[in-house]
Design a protein around this ligand. Structure first.
Ligand SMILES: [Ca+2]
Ligand SMILES: [Ca+2]
Ligand SMILES: [Ca+2]
Length: 280
């Protein structure tokens, strides 16, 4: 028993003196101690580490931990007295190991309090959260399309729109304030888009005659098809407006000479027709 206690004491001293070079910078709560240990619970082998442990380096012990003796170490006594299991890097997270290699024990960045990303594992069997993201920290994580003002150099045009203001919502690019002519919705400087006239009509724009409001291929309202009888301009479906009209051919009406007049409703009316060659 005296030798056993001596071994435990040596182990404690070695564990205190040794430290892992690749210890994580951010350790989750409930972390386990790392360092030597495997060489200290090998009492069954009559190992030299128990008796002359000072001659065994911690790094050598950690790298030689993969072996048959690891599985039987639980019954050896000292390891069960509150001392965490050693990280044996066998790819399987067991006992007090938070993780081991690719075995993350079912944990994810999300379960560790992050918004996403890829959780890793240090060779000390503690979580490597360096690949995890925090949405809202204004830092662009590997798995974030954007974060706050950080838009990863993207804008509406790069997203295939004509213009507008790209933003970020829940670390996803938000193009709701972008616009594109031809998408059927009115945005930015557009006054219409295709058949979407935004509720406008010839009448709402001040035209009082018959006509049809259109939309140009640059998404601007086109009033060339609207009419306003009395404005002096023949437009829309008007045959004339005041003196603005083109006289139809008199001969086509069976006249040698004729006079046209524009009515109050912007229609042309034949008011004189001479068909007698001796009187015209
Ligand atoms: Ca972030
Ligand atoms: Ca549009
Ligand atoms: Ca007119």
């Amino acid at each position: 028993m005296g030798r056993w206690h001596t071994g435990v004491l040596l182990c404690a001293v070695l564990a205190t003196l040794s430290a892992c070079d690749d210890a994580p910078t951010r350790e989750p709560t409930g972390n386990i101690a790392s360092g030597c240990g495997e060489d200290c619970d090998s009492g069954s082998s009559g190992g030299s580490s128990s008796t002359d442990g000072a001659g065994t380096s911690p790094t050598t012990a950690a790298s030689s931990a993969s072996g048959g003796e690891g599985s039987g170490s639980d019954s050896d006594g000292p390891a069960t007295s509150g001392t965490p299991e050693v990280c044996n890097n066998d790819g399987v997270a067991q006992d007090d190991e938070l993780c081991d290699g690719k075995d993350l024990g079912g944990q994810t960045c999300e379960s560790q309090g992050y918004s996403g990303g890829t959780l890793g594992c240090f060779s000390t069997c503690t979580f490597n959260t360096g690949g995890c993201d925090t949405c809202g920290d204004a830092q662009l994580g590997n798995n974030e399309a954007c974060d706050g003002e950080q838009l990863a150099g993207q804008d509406c045009v790069s997203q295939g729109f004509d213009g507008g203001e790209l933003s970020c919502t829940d670390c996803e690019l938000d193009a709701s304030q972008c616009y594109a002519c031809g998408d059927g919705s009115i945005g930015g400087p557009e006054t219409c888009d295709g058949v979407n006239l935004g509720g406008a009509s010839c009448e709402s724009l001040g035209f009082d005659g018959p006509g049809t409001l259109g939309c140009s291929d640059t998404c601007e309202l086109d009033t060339s098809g609207c009419a306003s009888c009395g404005d002096g301009v023949q437009n829309g479906t008007e045959e004339c407006d005041g003196g603005d009209y083109e006289e139809p051919d008199c001969n086509a009406q069976g006249c040698i000479d004729c006079i046209w007049q524009c009515t109050d409703t912007c229609g042309l009316e034949l008011v004189y027709c001479c068909d007698d060659v001796f009187r015209c």
